[in-house]
Design a protein around this ligand. Sequence first.
Ligand code: NAP
Length: 488
Amino acid sequence: MSDREARVVDQVEKRLFVGGEWRDAASGAVFEVEDPSTGGVLCTVADAGGEDALAALEAAHRAQPSWARTAPRERGEILRRAYELLMERQEDLAVLMTLEMGKPLAEARGEIAYGAEFLRWFSEEAVRIEGGFATSPDGKSRFLIMRQAVGPCMLITPWNFPMAMGTRKIGPAIAAGCTMVLKPAHQTPLSALALAGILAEAGLPEGVLSVVPTTDPGAVTEPLLSDGRIRKLSFTGSTAVGRRLLEQSAGQVLRTSMELGGNAPFLVFDDADLDAAVDGAMLAKMRNIGEACTAANRIYAQSGIAEEFSRRLSERMGALRLGRGLDDGVDVGPLIDDKARQKVQHLVDDAVGRGATVLVGGGPGEGPGHFYRPTVLANVPFASELSTTEIFGPVAPVLTFETEEEAVTAANDTEFGLVGYLYTRDLNRALRVSENLETGMVGLNQGVVSNPAAPFGGVKQSGLGREGGRVGIEEFLETKYVGIGGLV
Ligand code: NAP
């Protein structure tokens, strides 16, 4: 580690943040945070258990009434100050993120800006929580519609976007007047702890947010989900864990928001602008080393352009530089751990075993880190395992189709429904296919859909609810109706 990297790690608190205080785990336990590009240990962080989680819940429960009564403008201004602090410290926070997660520094900078934007967006939404007033159809009473904070929330986030997945939940929860306990992924606790410090500095009252990193997620989340004081669970992560958490949430009939796995189809029609389609595929596939829920998982190219498209895509993928995200000129960092790398290799081997051709890449990179070479597979059979499994790595399988109907049927042949992409210059086809894709989001002639001002989320087993946009705050609000009589 360079002096600068060591300073960035040193300046982050590595204890739990509970009720406005930094404290060790009640058990005194700590765990190691790894740098995936070297396999080395960056530092140790306090390892929360059930007792710490309950202390965080108690703090959230205590803070809830006064926080919900805090003026919306004040809640918004705390978010706005936190946005500014994040942007002032963008460079250090980006280095920290690259160290714990591996993505190239330029992408980490991008994520700090993207993550900060959720705080700015929701600082503006905090003062626009609206209710309603109406006269009943028979004219005998009046309806007053109130919007109120849901109450204390449990937030659970994954490692792939260590800052933005936190701010996408914390921003609207603060704006709505909810208190919360955040459990970040064990691989990337440092960005979440740095964010907690920034929010405290921005004036967030004690108890509104607690952060409890842990290596035993069940020990932290189960006691909270079964305790009637938590009113909502907002989860981002895999569909398998999401299903389990939905079952656990049933006990207390919790409100839930679920941002789960994806298996995005990327459709390129014969009439597409091929340069734009290749640019879009590079973004949709390679953003975040392919470790994104929105990553293009299956690229369907129409037969007239499939060969040329695959050739150009391979040229671009083959030119990418693999390496440590903090080194100059690196385009692709390591995967998060060796298990992830083995999974990617298994999916490539399965496709090749069924007849796919490796145009570029196809194996691990060098070094002690968990590197995998950018890979393009052509002539991938529809039955390959990677058609139904989230690859979560830098592998672009190209499948060929003949007709629009065939492409849409194949695109929808999955339990997932987060996002789909399509490239075409035919307006009718663009709108028809956008309507027919069974996804919560569509990238039409663009390879990225994430935007804090737009509603992000999936259908089918990709999730429930939306984050961001005008609807993002709704997930943290309840509707109360007051029927007013005696006015006739
Ligand atoms: P994951 O294994 O489901 O973990 C996500 C979070 O859940 C982590 O904080 C994890 O903690 C926690 N967790 C795991 N098991 C748990 C349990 N039994 N009880 C309570 N919490 C538990 O997913 P991941 O590997 O971190 O992230 C990748 C997945 O997230 C992919 O499927 C991706 O598509 C999805 N994702 C979806 C979106 C979206 O917006 N739809 C965005 C980003 C990622 P530990 O770290 O301690 O295991």
